[in-house]
Design a protein around this ligand. Sequence first.
Ligand SMILES: Cc1cc2nc3c(=O)[nH]c(=O)nc-3n(C[C@H](O)[C@H](O)[C@H](O)COP(=O)(O)O)c2cc1C
Length: 210
Amino acid sequence: MKKSILAIATVLLTLGACTTQDGEKPETAAPDAGQAAIENIMTRTSIRQYKDQPVEQEKIDIMLKAAMAAPTAMNQQPWHFIVITDKKVIDQLAGPRPTNAPLMIAVCGDTDKTSMPDGKGKLPDFWVEDVSAATENLLLAAHALGLGAVWTGAYPAMEHVAEIANVLNCPQNIVPVAIVRVGYPDESPEPKDKFKEENISYNKFGGKKE
Ligand SMILES: Cc1cc2nc3c(=O)[nH]c(=O)nc-3n(C[C@H](O)[C@H](O)[C@H](O)COP(=O)(O)O)c2cc1C
């Protein structure tokens, strides 16, 4: 398990080193990284208890790079990330659900970045999917780096969105979608097996595997 975490971290660090400019292609990951990547996905689980240990800036940078590598409709990248390490702000955001996480990352939509590339009108609300994909990438990167994380929801619970936006001084166009709590894990829950055959159809709804 440790080996696979190291392999993923190496891949992410390599990507980090080779993708700085818009439009530049990342190098292809090493072939044996495939198995490690799948293992990382399958072993991620929500972590809610953390050690009293800060998260290094290098790891924060990798998580942010992974988040912004997510697919995004028409490549609009309608997101903004607020990195929170100030304990006072963390406590304010946690409210009635206190946490000992040393780090939170607010993953927000930027509704000013949702216009059609040709400037004719707005995209549908794909920004929610884009920001959600970025959030999942962030969770996977955290796990690959030996950190634990949990997604706590905001959008579309608008009262909660307003509270968070207020604490974080967000302008009108910056909409908090998720607050990801991150830290070194102080618990080791088993990943849940959520694979269910009944959630799959083939060819048409209800169709069986041949
Ligand atoms: C949109 C969304 C909102 C969530 N909100 C919360 C939350 O407010 N508090 C929390 O502890 N977990 C929250 N979670 C985490 C889920 O409870 C967790 O992903 C689910 O139980 C499956 O467990 P796993 O992540 O360990 O696979 C949220 C997850 C998603 C995707």
